[in-house]
Design a protein around this ligand. Structure first.
Ligand code: F6R
Length: 327
């Protein structure tokens, strides 16, 4: 599934090209995207890709709540691969109640049914994927496509996503090689991920992939914020800790200096410190290059840990217990 990431970007772009909003596209004053887990992370990427040109506020929600400021002038995007995630369904219902301009992005389920019944705009994703987190390419392309088709972002930005799919394909064999080496150096360690705030979605994605694919705990934080709190927690040597610094060539001088200093401090205490550099000519390429490499690394780690990277039985268990508690 990870191998197909660039193809999912391309087919997601094709699917999104056919999107036509059923609501009046004027007077959109803000954007709210709601989704959980593998279907929520796409929104974090999309915001990080467009914040340099988007003229209106963009917020991401990962719960049952919908802020009171969401109204008829809000573009409300609901992202759920299955269409059956209860938090996102509840936000969809609240969005209808608060008269938002709703777009459902899903492969089916209750959410697609509600979209059709309520004459809402939607993007229908292919329904034959077993893991929502492997559908990140569809999710990013669909959300960015909705923004583009509504006229909220430039054609240049939209074109960058398509170019990125080609870029990742050309880098593929090198990415696979690097990811294997990275997994070997992280194997058996408690992984800590640090990045600049600009590419936090990459750090969060790797954290989630380590959890779901490699079945391990891990944590992440971002510079500069962690310089003001977490850094103080580095006082005790622990050989079990492996710290991965995700470095981005467009980090400002100040952020790079902070990263270097943070690395110096942390290296006194952690078992190992590894730096991974992004590659690419814009934020989209740099972020998704790292995502692809780190997604592969999470699967290599799963194999090294002797676990099945696909199963997420405990999530399914929780969802079914919650459904039963409702009846
Ligand atoms: C499973 C996964 C989960 C789901 C989440 C929400 O691969 O990554 O994080 O994405 O439980 O489910 P959906 O995506 O169906 O709304």
């Amino acid at each position: 599934m990870i191998e197909q990431f660039p193809d999912t970007l391309v087919s997601g772009i094709r699917i999104a090209q056919d999107f036509n909003a059923l609501f009046n596209k004027d007077n959109i004053e803000n954007i709210y995207v709601s989704g959980m887990g593998g279907s929520g992370i796409g929104a974090e990427f999309v915001y990080s890709f467009v914040k340099d040109e988007l003229k209106i506020p963009f917020a991401v929600g990962k719960s049952y709540d919908l802020p009171a400021w969401v109204n008829q002038n809000t573009l409300l995007i609901l992202s759920s691969y299955s269409g059956n995630t209860e938090e996102t369904i509840e936000v969809l219902k609240k969005g209808i109640h608060q008269s938002a301009k709703v777009v459902v992005i899903s492969s089916g389920g209750t959410m697609m049914r509600l979209a059709i019944e309520n004459n809402l705009s939607f993007v229908k994703l292919p329904s034959d994927w077993s893991s929502p987190r492997a559908c990140l390419g569809f999710s990013i392309a669909a959300q960015l496509g909705v923004l583009f088709k509504i006229g909220l972002i430039s054609e240049k930005k939209w074109a960058e996503l398509l170019e990125c799919a080609d870029f990742i394909k050309t880098e593929s064999s090198q990415i696979q090689e690097k990811s294997k080496k990275l997994a070997e150096s992280l194997f058996g360690k408690m992984i800590v991920i640090y990045s600049s705030e600009r590419i936090e979605p990459v750090a969060l994605r790797f954290r989630q992939q380590i959890n779901e694919n490699a079945k391990r705990l891990c944590w992440h934080h971002v510079v500069p914020e962690m310089n003001h709190n977490e850094l103080v927690g580095w006082r005790k040597s622990d050989d079990e800790l492996a710290v991965l610094f995700l470095l981005n060539s467009d980090d400002s001088d100040r952020i790079s200096q902070r990263m270097d200093l943070t690395k110096d401090v942390v290296s006194h205490f952690a078992g190992s410190v590894i730096s991974l550099f992004s590659k690419g000519k814009n934020t989209i390429e740099r972020s998704l290059y790292l995502v692809h490499l780190l997604d592969y690394a999470s699967v290599h780690l799963a194999f090294l840990n002797g676990v099945d990277p696909v199963e997420v039985k405990v999530i399914d268990f929780l969802k079914s217990e919650l459904a039963a508690a409702k009846d």
